[in-house]
Design a protein around this ligand. Structure first.
Ligand SMILES: C[S@@+](CC[C@H](N)C(=O)[O-])C[C@H]1O[C@@H](n2cnc3c(N)ncnc32)[C@H](O)[C@@H]1O
Length: 258
């Protein structure tokens, strides 16, 4: 496991490049279905954007009508977010320290690509436990993560052909990918996490998995899709507090033993 994994976004040049991204190519698929999923699952209007980066996902949530707080551990990313969007609420969050966020306060928590950069199962579990703590009763966490397949194929917005070693990677290992929509072509380093590994994380964090969605590109969309129409690059998880499980009771109010 990569305990010493360094967040590539703690970097001025990367922040500068990232701030110019909106929703090109493969990224379009990460956001295309979010409005419908959010309408279907979320009531209320307060949102936390966990790992807001340069603010793209915050601005997206605000356009959907959410009062949004964006938090991130990378100061260079937040600087860009604030200069692009001076009205926005962007806060630096020391790694793993959610103390300044009140419990049970957000109807929606979005984490768009953030968990790709959180090393180790343990840290992912801790972060999801904290997100569960700040989630309002009945609220929903929407986590957009890279599918394992993104690191093995070519895409409108990404290339992995220089990294054949990605094929041997297991959950918890570092994988590399090049972003094609920005000038900065240094490889991005992420942590691989398979679908079953995420399910284990959710279980350990005490969250119910409500829906899993894997968006595919459609031939009529205005992008030169490469693998996107047949392989999903992203996985979107909708999560919530555990539903109360009814324990059968005897007429006298004692719990029945099976
Ligand atoms: C790929 S960027 C995505 C930014 C934004 N969500 C978007 O869609 O444009 C991932 C962000 O997650 C942040 N991040 C990584 N680990 C984090 C953590 N433990 N807590 C908060 N943010 C984190 C990184 O600093 C980076 O800005």
């Amino acid at each position: 496991m990569s305990e010493d994994f360094a967040n590539v976004y703690q970097d001025q040049a990367r922040a500068e490049a990232y701030s110019k991204l909106e929703f090109p190519g493969t990224y379009f698929l990460a956001f295309r279905d979010l409005p419908e999923l959010i309408t279907q699952h979320v009531c209320g209007s307060s949102a936390l954007d966990f790992g807001c980066g340069t603010g793209r996902s915050c601005r997206f949530l605000r356009q959907l009508g959410f009062e949004t707080v964006g938090v991130d551990i990378a100061a260079p990313m937040l600087e860009r977010a604030r200069s692009l969007d001076p009205q926005g609420d962007y806060r630096l969050l020391p790694d793993g320290d959610f103390a300044e966020l009140a419990g049970r306060s957000f109807d929606l928590v979005l984490a768009a690509f953030t968990f790709d950069n959180i090393a180790t199962m343990e840290r992912k579990v801790q972060a999801f436990q904290e997100l569960r703590r700040v989630l309002a009763p009945g609220g929903r966490i929407v986590a957009v993560v890279s599918a394992a397949e993104i690191y093995l194929n070519e895409w409108a917005s990404f290339s992995t052909q220089d990294f054949p070693e990605n094929r041997q990677a297991k959950s918890g290992d570092t994988v590399r990918i090049i972003m094609l929509d920005v000038e900065d072509r240094r490889p991005v380093e992420d942590i691989l996490c398979s679908g079953p590994a995420y399910q284990e994380v959710f279980e350990r964090a005490g969250l119910d998995l409500i829906q899993t969605h894997q968006p595919l590109g459609r031939p009529d969309e205005p992008f030169d899709w490469v693998s996107e129409t047949s392989i999903a690059p992203w996985t979107i998880y909708v999560l919530g507090h555990p539903s109360r499980r009814l324990v059968p009771r005897s007429p006298a109010g004692k719990t029945l033993k099976s």
